[in-house]
Design a protein around this ligand. Structure first.
Ligand code: ADP
Ligand code: MG
Length: 591
């Protein structure tokens, strides 16, 4: 028998490799745009036709290539970006495998013109299916233009897998955005089937996002910015009220490279926590910068997955940065403080183990208590508020709760407080709801809530279907502090209620009816904790509904104090604003 094993020809090897790198026209677009960025381009133009199937062109004004490099760039494993294994741990470029051009040229008809700025002539190369057709000097502008025509013309089997032009274009647009967003300082132009679809002049991140997505975002984005040691995160997230039912396009970048990470997505979602009900999704664009040695981008051929040296730390870092941004955004126009990042507790708290699938339950251990640094933030606010108190000649008031802020109540609903450069307007009921909710949560986190014995046990009067529901919920109701005891075969009495509720004059069983009615079919697979959390919100809002009442100066002060001690003072447990601020500037504009 003759020997059977033989080496594959180079072109076939490249075609096989192309399967990995060039999955569809959008992959070509991604590779070419990344090369243009790596070449230091400031202006990049992308043109596609027929969903990129027949024509893709990327022109840049980057560094260009010498005639030899131009030819070399199409060789497999030919790269100018790394030299040794050590370089793998210090990658600052988008590419480094030296596979893209070789793979693309193996499955298409490619034409390149390139010139270094200081060279008089450039180089013109044509390669079809990996075979060099011509290479000659040419006059061309500095930079590089690559045209990729008839993708998969020589591999009809793959060509069949291409989807409709519209679908392929959708993929191209997605790649285009993923590259244009983290590089707002670069101008991008996109021409689709001879029409100019995007003209994106060099700008800043927020404007780039708005230009690519939706003008409305301009008013809905709040900034995220944290920096600790050698890790930094910045970007924009949407206000809770801008969240959508349909999961919007959100993006995470690590060192300016788009990454797919259900784990980090979960960190962001978790940071919004109670501000959003489960079916709503925020939009976010977050850029994480971390020393290349601490992140491995080499785990996936298209480099969309990354591995961090300490996944848990990054999770907490991201969640904390987002929470911090949400917690203080409404103040920032008026009260301009830059508190230290809220990660002092990062090393002591444990998030869930990372997993490739999106976890379904939020890590409850991460919700924590108001942090020390948040406290500091509000102390700074007080400093500013204090400055607003009219001075008089009286000696400092020695009473334990001095009035720090000049406040006024309107219509039993709003409290106005004079602050530096403007006014703070607190929505009384929402503020109460926020305070009650955090108090309930705090108590719940510490185990079953304390219960206050009722003088006379109340029979729980419910229709039979509700009794069945009640029976299922008894363990959770008891954790909340409702002492429910059976009486006879199918009736129950209430012997105690949560201590927190004892000062309310409402019929004690009405709380239970409320809870059972509001979430009749809460899914048990979300765990009792999710239900308890919903109940806590519901109770807090209900308790606060009794609070449209006159408040004296001390009570107003109490409310403001307690609100700003909350972990999330900006919103009530239903995501409604607790306060707004009006700057003098904006007031002046009204007149
Ligand atoms: P990689 O980007 O991984 O190095 P590529 O196959 O994408 O591999 O490119 C090979 C080489 O060709 C690059 O390392 C770079 O030196 C050169 N090159 C590719 N595109 C450009 C460009 N637009 N401008 C300048 N040089 C380029
Ligand atoms: Mg490349």
């Amino acid at each position: 028998m003759p020997d059977k094993i033989h080496l594959l020809p180079e072109t076939l090897i490249n075609q096989i490799a192309a399967g990995e790198v060039v999955q569809r026209p959008a992959s070509v677009v991604k590779e070419l745009l990344e090369n243009a960025l790596d070449a230091g381009a400031k202006n990049i133009m992308l043109e596609v036709r027929d969903g990129g199937k027949t024509y893709i062109r990327v022109s840049d004004d980057g560094c260009g290539m010498s005639p030899t490099d131009a030819r070399m760039s199409f060789e497999r494993h030919a790269t100018s970006k790394i030299r040794s294994a050590d370089d793998l741990y210090a990658i600052h470029t988008m590419g480094f495998r030296g596979e893209a051009l070789a793979s693309i040229a193996a499955v298409a008809q490619v034409e390149m013109k390139t010139r270094r700025p200081h060279d008089e002539l450039g180089t013109h190369i044509i390669i079809h299916g990996g075979k060099l057709i011509t290479q000659q000097p040419t006059a061309c502008p500095p930079g590089t233009t690559i045209e990729v025509k008839q993708l998969y013309y020589n591999t009809p089997a793959r060509r069949k897998f291409l989807k409709s032009n519209t679908t392929e274009l959708t993929h191209i647009l997605r790649e285009f955005k993923r590259i244009a967003i983290p590089h707002p300082e670069v101008r991008f132009d996109l021409i689709v089937d001879d029409k100019e679809l995007f003209v994106l002049p060099a700008t800043r991140l927020k404007q780039r996002i708005v230009a690519l997505f939706d003008k409305k975002l301009d008013e809905q984005l709040i900034p995220v910015r944290e920096e600790v040691d050698d890790i930094a995160i910045h970007g924009w997230i949407t206000l809770p009220e801008a969240a959508r039912k349909k999961r919007p396009e959100s993006m995470f970048f690590v060192n300016n490279r788009f990454v797919r990470s259900p784990y980090l997505h979960h960190a962001v979602r978790q940071a919004y926590g109670e501000l959003l009900s489960e079916e709503l999704h925020p939009m976010y664009f977050l850029l994480l910068h971390i020393p290349p040695a601490r992140v491995d981008v080499n785990v996936h051929p298209t480099k969309q997955e990354v591995k961090f040296d300490d996944e848990h730390l990054i999770y907490r870092y991201v969640a904390s940065a987002v929470r911090h941004a949400l917690g203080q955004y409404s103040l920032s126009p008026l009260i301009d403080f830059h508190p230290p990042p809220d990660i002092s507790q990062l090393h002591t708290q444990k998030p869930p183990a990372p997993s490739s699938a999106t976890p379904t339950t939020a890590p409850s251990t991460f919700q924590g208590n108001p942090s020390a640094s948040r406290r500091d933030d509000w102390e700074q606010v007080y400093e500013i508020m204090r400055a607003e108190v009219p001075t008089n000649d009286q000696p400092p008031n020695p009473t334990p709760s001095p009035v720090l802020v000049k406040t006024e109540q309107f219509h039993n609903r709003y409290i106005f407080a004079s602050v530096k450069d403007g006014v703070l307007i607190v929505h009384q009921q929402h503020a109460f709801a926020r305070i009650y909710y955090e108090e309930l949560k705090r108590q719940l986190d510490g185990g079953p809530m304390s219960s206050q014995q009722l003088v006379f046990p109340h029979p729980i009067d419910l229709p039979p279907d509700k009794i069945l529901l009640l029976e299922k919920r008894i363990p959770q109701l008891r954790r909340l502090g409702f002492a429910i005891e059976p009486q006879g075969s199918s009736s129950y009495v209430l012997q105690g209620i949560p201590s927190l509720l004892s000062e309310w004059n409402a019929d004690p069983t009405s709380w239970i009816t409320l809870l059972l009615e509001e979430f009749p079919d809460a899914k048990s697979q979300h765990g009792g904790d999710a239900l308890l959390d919903q109940w806590a919100r519901s109770l807090a809002v209900q308790m606060a509904s009794y609070k449209r009442i006159p408040l004296n100066a001390d009570e107003r002060q109490w409310l403001i104090d307690r609100l700003f001690e909350c972990e999330m003072p900006s919103y009530d447990p239903r995501g409604r604003k607790c306060f707004v601020t009006w700057s003098l500037d904006s007031l002046d504009k009204m007149f």
